[in-house]
Design a protein around this ligand. Structure first.
Ligand SMILES: *Cc1c(COP(=O)(O)O)cnc(C)c1O
Length: 225
């Protein structure tokens, strides 16, 4: 089975009370799986690898909204800049600047989320809350006209300790609220996306204020190692 449409519908029902958007994460899954979900009405899809995204996108409908959710290398921005809808993983000022440069050459404004390091794990990419605040300041002093910062993205620790997961989501929501509360010109108007929650923790994420979840294996099955 390429896509579990029953599960997809269940998730969509669960998201409704929260007005949350589902990004169906199709990484490592064939284009045929995307087509099945697309024919069922799903339009937002998330991918982690640039080459895989480019390969799959060929031949798929043009109205798919592509979310780049993986770690993005600066030298690959150019390849997705013409079409990507939302880049979730902006994790350095250099990457923000590179996306800004390529969006300008493509005559676009690219929407991005700043990835925040909320888990205690060492391996996750992202800014610390302090760095996010500093970056926001920098973005005001060096206006990046090619990007719109739509919000924040975070991943909780990979752990069975659901209390810890909840606390990590809470901390990201708090940061998100404090940035929104600052009424910084050019930022708060569109700063309204909080991307948190995956297959194993999206219910907790929703309870803690997420309005965009990124769900892969629940819909498309396990990816294996
Ligand atoms: C793979 C991935 C997901 C989806 O994970 P599932 O556990 O399959 O739902 C969500 N977000 C990011 C950043 C990912 O890399």
């Amino acid at each position: 089975m390429l896509a579990n449409l029953e599960k997809l519908d269940t998730i969509l029902d669960e998201l409704k009370p929260y007005n949350a958007v589902l990004v169906a994460v199709s990484k490592k899954k064939p284009a045929a799986a995307i087509t099945i979900a697309y024919n069922h009405g799903q339009r937002d899809f998330g991918e982690n690898y640039v080459q895989e995204l480019l390969n799959k996108r060929t031949g798929l409908p043009g109205d798919i909204r592509w979310h780049f959710i993986g770690h993005l290398q600066s030298n690959k921005v150019k390849q997705i800049a013409p079409f990507v809808n939302l880049i979730h993983g902006i994790d350095s000022p250099e990457l923000a600047s590179e996306v800004n440069r390529h969006s300008t050459t493509n005559n676009r404004t690219i929407e991005v989320l700043l990835q925040v390091h909320i888990s205690g794990e060492e391996t996750k990419f992202g800014f610390s809350p302090h760095e996010v605040m500093k970056l926001m300041d920098d973005l005001i002093s060096i206006p990046y006209t090619g990007i719109t910062i739509r919000g924040l993205m975070g991943m909780a620790s990979f752990t069975d300790d659901l209390n810890q997961v909840r606390n990590e989501f809470k901390s990201l929501k708090k940061l998100y609220d404090s940035i929104r509360g600052e009424s910084v010109s050019g930022i708060t108007a569109d700063f309204n996306i909080l991307s948190m929650g995956m297959t194993n923790d999206y219910k907790i994420a929703l309870e803690e204020g997420s309005n965009m979840v990124r769900i892969g294996s629940a819909i498309f099955g396990d990816r294996g190692k």
